[in-house]
Write a protein that binds this ligand. Structure first.
Ligand code: FES
Length: 114
């Protein structure tokens, strides 16, 4: 709830970017990164999604910030749900969307594209 009411890292930075869609509802999320060497130093998000999507994207930016790219490339929706201390079952697709947007941004940073 705190990550919905006080989302962290809203916006975008000029850097590697990933976008993902929640196929259940058509909402999208975009995560963009600022990278220094092998480390993510800033992560920001934008989403058209629901309260769950906002909370999940906020969590993804916090999970990614300060991470090494190789470590960040292992991010899963479960990591996001754990970080938020759980999520209603009907919001799992929102967590998957947020994690996938983060992963795509990391892959972009690694030069691996989509
Ligand atoms: Fe569409 Fe959560 S992102 S319902």
């Amino acid at each position: 709830m705190d990550h919905f009411l006080n989302p962290r890292n809203v916006g975008s930075v000029d850097g590697p970017t990933g976008m993902a869609e929640n196929e259940d509802c058509g909402d999208v999320a975009t995560i963009s990164l600022r990278v220094d060497g092998e480390q993510i130093v800033e992560a920001r998000f934008q989403t058209t999604g629901c309260s769950g999507a906002i909370a999940c994207c906020s969590a993804v930016t916090e999970l990614l910030t300060g991470s090494a790219l190789q470590v960040a490339s292992e991010l899963t929706a479960e990591d996001v749900i754990d970080y938020l201390d759980g999520l209603p079952t009907d919001k799992r697709g929102c967590a998957k969307m947020a994690a996938m947007a983060g992963l795509k941004a990391v892959r972009d940073a690694l030069g691996a594209g989509d």
